[in-house]
Write a protein that binds this ligand. Structure first.
Ligand code: PLP
Ligand code: COI
Length: 344
């Protein structure tokens, strides 16, 4: 039995018991396997290594109050993986296969699933990787599909505590008509150094603007953006933002609360009109933002604007309400009226 302090879990690559694997080659999927070997071997010319022909998903499994184990909206992740794989010219698992492998990963690693009552869950990380050795810049239909998992607590070190964000004037995330709306591994590569610089300066998050004009809000490096304005839940409509399942869920939750949902371009200036802002995604859940600084040069000292919402660490009423509703449904404390929870 794993000895885990469920209350102090962060968000880390964790060595659990098994990884679930399938290999697509010569037009068909091989059989689904589970392995306890936490290392894969690839040809040094693998496309995934040289050309970042690799993409992934992120979703969570929960131990609910009544003892049930569920995954949250895995059908949506399956569909998004198919869309991303098509963008890369790769085959993808069917929804059925995706869900079966995710289920198997949870079942095979049950001792790593946090028990109910610790605000912790199991993060599932499905990965689609192109192993074919190739120099030419054309797709080749061979992939490894692996599902790993890790017990997960809070991404930023505390639950429902506001964090500071920075808009980096000298870094962009995604080009128009580029890769931003796909969950490509490559999209994250360009965020590592700006995150490092931001963290050194005390910012937890990077907020990216649209790269074409830098006049609109796109999203955070790890999550989608939302703002609260009066009784409205406002979130960016942009071609270069990842279509977040958590955000989609929050839009439905906000509508259930009688809020108006506005999915539209969000001008930078509007940041001064929100009463609360936050990030949302499986890793960050809902993370309220205390303030957003704009810096012309991320590593420099100049801050050109500050948008302040809350004293650092504090949380506003709308984020609290949204957080309680979504986590309440995930942990089985509130009724799942939309049918989002898939029982394992
Ligand atoms: N945006 C980015 C850049 C992300 O990495 C994530 C995390 O998955 C999200 C948004 C949230 O998406 P979802 O809620 O669908 O997982
Ligand atoms: C997730 O929330 O599932 C993610 O993929 C975010 C991660 C890149 C930090």
């Amino acid at each position: 039995m794993a000895q885990i302090d469920w209350d102090s879990l962060g968000f880390d690559a964790y060595r659990t018991r098994t990884v679930v694997l399938a290999h697509y080659k010569d037009g068909a999927w091989g059989k689904i396997e589970t392995t306890e070997t936490f290392s894969f071997t690839f040809d040094p010319f693998a496309q995934g290594l040289h050309y970042a022909i690799s993409c992934f998903e992120g979703l969570k499994a929960f131990h609910q109050k009544n003892g049930d184990i569920i995954m949250f909206r895995p059908d949506r992740n399956a569909a998004r993986l198919q869309r991303t794989a098509a963008f890369l010219g790769l085959p993808a698992p069917s929804e059925e296969m995706f869900i079966e492998m995710c289920k198997l990963c949870v079942k095979n690693n049950l001792e790593f699933l946090p028990p109910y009552g610790h605000q912790a869950s199991m993060y599932l990380r499905p990965l689609l990787f192109a192993p074919h050795p190739q120099m030419q810049l054309v797709p080749y239909p061979e992939v490894f599909f692996a599902v790993m998992c890790a017990p997960a607590g809070s991404y930023y070190g505390a639950h429902l505590r506001s964090a500071a964000a920075v808009i980096p004037g000298d870094y962009d995330r995604a080009a128009p008509k580029g890769t931003g709306s796909y969950k490509l591994s490559a999209n994250y590569a360009g965020t590592f150094v700006p995150y490092q610089i931001a963290h050194q300066q005390g910012y937890a998050e990077l907020l990216y603007l649209n790269s074409a004009t830098r006049e609109f809000v796109d999203e955070f490096g790890s999550s989608n953006f939302f703002g609260i304005k009066g009784n409205s839940y406002v979130t960016p409509l942009s071609d270069s933002v990842l279509p977040s399942i958590t955000n989609m869920t929050l839009q439905e939750v906000a509508a259930d609360f009688g809020m108006k949902v506005e999915k539209r371009p969000v001008p930078l200036e509007e940041l001064s009109e929100f009463s609360e802002t936050g990030g949302c995604g499986p890793a960050v859940v809902i993370t309220p933002i205390s303030h957003i600084d704009m810096k012309p040069v991320l590593s420099g000292n100049e801050v050109s604007r500050t948008f302040r919402y809350l004293p650092d660490g504090e949380v506003g009423p709308a984020c609290t309400k949204l957080y309680k509703r979504i986590t309440g449904i995930q942990f089985g404390e509130l009724e799942d009226t939309h049918g989002w929870c898939y029982k394992i």
